[in-house]
Design a protein around this ligand. Structure first.
Ligand code: 1HA
Length: 270
């Protein structure tokens, strides 16, 4: 596919093709483990993809065909988080997880090879996951001295159920693509050489749909789970729709024209 680079980064690729944004971790020598810089670059790309009105769906992936992401780079893990050039320890992947959930466009994880640890949680928080037949899934926290008690625990349990989520974290086993499909952890499994074509075809089908309906649905799925923040997202979309209406415009126009608003012609629906 003729991907076009949107912006150059050091540890990720950020590309576009026909309204599809692709954010790809580019550290295959470390199975695409992330540093604070990788995450900072992904966060910026995600924000750019959000602001770009020509992008309707985002693919999250890793370069190289052997790994989606193997989690935090343990070689830069210091006291209190993962340490970048500024020597400040960070757990900034948690902010990226929230961005993936709240961006009002579907995010699809395209998983080849390892999706492990914090890399596994990244695919879990995506709207959809498409796996290659070489994909391997699992958490490692209790082996390496870590845990993700946020979306990595509670949202994983929503996806695969409480018993399975506890097994995944307590045993730190690795699961192949078919097992992941059986437990509802991924949407589809395809041969590795068909992974990108299949993912793009899903993206193209999604792009044919009504963007506002998709946006409402994403925030509706979130609202049930995310409490006040989830309601804020859903309600923000209600405000967006209301702003598009003549009724809301009458309020704004009356203010600007320094007159009393006349809402009398607007129906009081049953
Ligand atoms: O839990 C959190 C967080 C929780 C709350 C808030 C924020 C969080 C942020 C992050 C995380 C975490 O991600 S903790 C979990 C960290 N990740 C791991 O424990 C996975 C470590 N990797 C592995 O277990 C294995 O590499 C593997 C099962 C994925 C693949 O094994 P394989 O095929 O035998 O490959 P391997 O030889 O181990 O890896 C290839 C190269 O990649 C090795 O480098 P080399 O020795 O050739 O120089 C390996 O060291 C490197 N590598 C792989 N994963 C990581 C890594 N280097 C650093 N960090 C890694 N995560």
């Amino acid at each position: 596919f003729p991907w076009k680079t949107i912006k150059e980064y050091e540890e990720i690729l950020f590309q576009e093709y026909n309204g599809i944004g692709k954010i790809s971790i580019n550290r295959p020598h470390k199975h695409n483990a992330f540093t604070p810089k990788t995450v900072q670059e992904m966060s910026e790309a995600m924000e750019l993809a959000r602001q770009d009105t020509s992008i309707g769906v985002i693919i999250l992936t890793g370069e190289g065909g052997k790994a989606f992401c193997s989690g935090g780079d343990q070689s830069v893990r210091g006291d209190g988080g993962y340490v970048g050039q500024d020597l400040v320890p960070r757990l900034n992947v948690l902010d990226l997880q929230r961005q993936i959930r709240t961006i009002p466009k579907p995010v699809i994880a395209m998983v080849a090879g390892w999706a492990i640890g914090g890399g596994h949680v990244l695919h879990v928080v995506c709207d959809l996951s498409i796996a290659a037949d070489n994909a391997r899934f699992g958490q490692t926290g209790p082996n390496v001295g870590s845990f993700d008690g946020g979306f990595g625990a509670s949202y994983l349990a929503r996806v695969v159920g409480q018993k399975k989520a506890r097994e995944i974290w307590y045993l730190c086993d690795q699961y192949d693509a078919q097992e992941a499909l059986q437990m509802g952890l991924v949407n589809k499994v395809v041969p590795l050489d068909q992974l990108e074509a299949t993912t793009i075809s899903w993206c193209e089908r999604i792009l044919e749909k009504s963007p506002i309906a998709l946006r409402m649905l994403k925030s509706s799925f979130n609202a049930e789970l995310d409490g006040q923040a989830g309601i804020q997202e859903l309600a923000g979309n209600a405000t967006l729709l209301y702003y598009l209406s003549d009724e809301a415009k009458e309020g704004k126009n009356a203010f600007l024209e320094k007159r009393k608003p006349d809402f009398s012609k607007f129906p009081k629906f049953p």
